[in-house]
Design a protein around this ligand. Structure first.
Ligand code: 13P
Length: 236
């Protein structure tokens, strides 16, 4: 079954890395049944786009500003990303919420900007360990969903990525039943078919079993998307 596999390179990569990463990726892309979206850091979007030109893989970014243009030194607008061929933008990632103080309100406005630019928002939601241990994981995540999704959201311009904070970069993943429970709660809260991705310590060792869980339409991969051989296995 066709799923969506998103690579979030975070702040990693270099011209040399891309040169080595692209050939195995091209061969994996020629056989995969899945939809692939690669989200490199800003400077590498164009070179990766050019290298993947003849493939069905799509390009995405990891952040954008809320405005279309203006005096915002150091920022990049959603429209600029759309203009250079991006089809999606990751937004609401816990690293941006925690390290850069992004609020639900800001994320909501960014999603509107992504939609206005004609791209898909990959909206990340997820609870921390304290919330999970106090039995408030679902409540926390549904609250984030409601606060961040603008009225422009629909199943064609949005992905929701469930990324429990305690699973990001830790090698620990939720139990299958925990993923099933959360994705069902998201599906019920959305009341539509917006695709739901799972993210957090996805590797070639666990991706196949995660991808077959109910209401899991794909995965958002961090660290493992930077290892050509591992990513090749994930996209199958
Ligand atoms: P890891 O796959 O490295 O745990 O990162 C997940 C993530 O944050 C993807 O956005």
């Amino acid at each position: 079954m066709t799923k969506t596999i998103v690579a979030n390179w975070k702040m990693n990569g270099s011209p040399n890395f891309i040169e080595e990463f692209i050939p195995p990726l091209l061969s994996a892309l020629s056989t995969t049944q899945h939809k692939i979206i690669i989200c490199p850091p800003f400077p590498f979007i164009l070179p990766v786009r050019n290298a993947l030109k003849s493939t069905p893989a799509l390009l995405g970014a990891q952040n954008c500003h809320t405005d279309v243009k203006g005096a915002f030194t150091g920022e990049v607008s959603a429209q600029m990303l759309a203009d250079i061929g991006c089809k999606a933008v990751i937004v609401g990632h816990s690293e941006r919420r925690t390290l850069f103080g992004e609020s639900d309100e800001l994320i909501n406005t960014k999603i509107s900007a992504i939609h206005a630019a004609g791209m898909r928002a990959i909206v990340c939601v997820g609870e921390n360990m304290r919330m999970r241990e106090s039995g408030k994981a679902i409540e926390t995540v549904i609250q984030q969903l409601k606060a961040t999704l603008p009225p422009s959201s629909n199943p064609k311009n949005t992905f929701i990525a469930y990324e429990p904070i305690w699973a990001i970069g830790t090698g620990v993943t939720p139990l299958p039943e925990e993923i099933i429970e959360m994705h069902l709660a998201l599906f019920e809260a959305l009341k539509n078919t917006t695709p739901l991705l799972y993210g957090g310590s996805v590797t070639d060792q666990n991706s196949a079993e995660i991808l077959v869980l109910p209401h899991v339409d794909g995965v958002l991969v961090g660290g493992a998307s930077l290892k050509a051989d591992v990513f090749q296995k994930i996209i199958g």
